[in-house]
Design a protein around this ligand. Structure first.
Ligand code: PMP
Length: 284
């Protein structure tokens, strides 16, 4: 059953509401995390909480709880849901303020922990791989809000996702401000060429994905070379394999980009191995 933790109080989904003067709603002023749990165990819990506090630090938002309290409240909410597998949406808003964007007018940041189920892509997509397009919308310039901050303003990515949907796709590749491949709207991106796994560097205009980091570790542990390196569309179009990683998506193959077949047009062997290993790790 879905459960919401509002500032430490557990409430049913139907009773969970926010104040319309909250700057999280008025301005997208806040940060969030998307986390999965498997067999009741939160996946890479500490890493997610660390990223949350780093996002908050970047936007000068003081989270009123210690990291230990946050970890405990998330565990408490997962337990209360009675679910063994599910998804956690943890968000911190700047809190209620006045009708002006000055964050100094906000008191009390709001802490919201939603625990529910999630299903992202149809099973068929995992078996056959995704077809995606390159979006005309680029990732944010580093001198705007950094893509490394998981902020409540996802409009850039949403515009790219709308473009994908209109092209009949579930995801879109986004470039950075200098035209390099960055990531997808809610997933990090990897290519495989001659047995080497390549993914854009964290400073290429991406979110440093927790799933990305887990997959890099798994690849290295399995003796597969990994390079965090600048990637262009040429590299994508000529790759042997391509896959995406994300909390929601886990590991999913991409078999077509911009109408071009990637590799043989079916999920590749390294992608399949890394997906299998990731699922074993997640459930361990
Ligand atoms: N990039 C973006 C823009 C995201 O929103 C996400 C999270 N869905 C990811 C990458 C993947 O990160 P993670 O593996 O931590 O979920």
């Amino acid at each position: 059953m879905a459960v919401v933790n509002l500032n430490g109080e557990l409430v049913a989904k139907e009773q969970a509401s926010v104040n319309v003067y909250d700057h999280g709603l008025l301005y997208g002023d806040g940060v969030f995390e998307g986390i999965r749990f498997y067999n009741g165990k939160v996946f890479r819990h500490h890493d997610h909480i660390e990223r949350l506090y780093e996002s908050a630090l970047h936007i000068l938002l003081d989270i009123p709880w210690t990291r230990d309290r946050m970890l405990a409240e998330v565990e408490k909410t997962v337990k209360a849901s009675g679910l063994s597998d599910g998804y956690i949406r943890l968000l911190i808003t700047r809190g209620v303020g006045t009708l002006g964007l000055d964050p100094n007018r906000c008191s009390n940041p709001q802490i919201i922990i939603i625990v529910d189920t999630i299903s992202l892509y149809p099973t068929k997509c995992y078996e056959e791989g995704l077809e995606i397009i390159t979006s005309s919308v680029i990732r944010a310039h580093p001198n705007t809000i950094s893509p490394r901050v998981k902020s409540l303003n996802y409009l850039n990515n949403i515009l790219a996702r709308i473009e994908a949907n209109r092209a009949g796709c579930h995801e879109a590749l986004m470039l950075n401000h200098i035209g390099e491949v960055a990531e997808c709207t809610a997933d990090n991106l990897f290519i495989v060429k001659h047995g080497i796994v390549r993914t854009p560097h964290v400073n290429a205009g991406i979110l440093e994905g927790i799933t990305r980091n887990a997959v890099i570790e798994l690849a290295k542990a399995g003796g597969i070379e990994v390079q965090e390196i600048a990637i262009t569309r040429h590299d994508v179009y000529t790759a042997d394999e391509m896959f995406l990683t994300g909390t929601g998506a886990e590991v999913i193959s991409v078999v077509n980009v911009d109408g071009r077949k990637i590799g043989t047009g079916v999920p590749g062997p390294i992608t399949r191995v890394l997906r299998d290993r990731f699922m074993i790790l997640a459930r361990s």
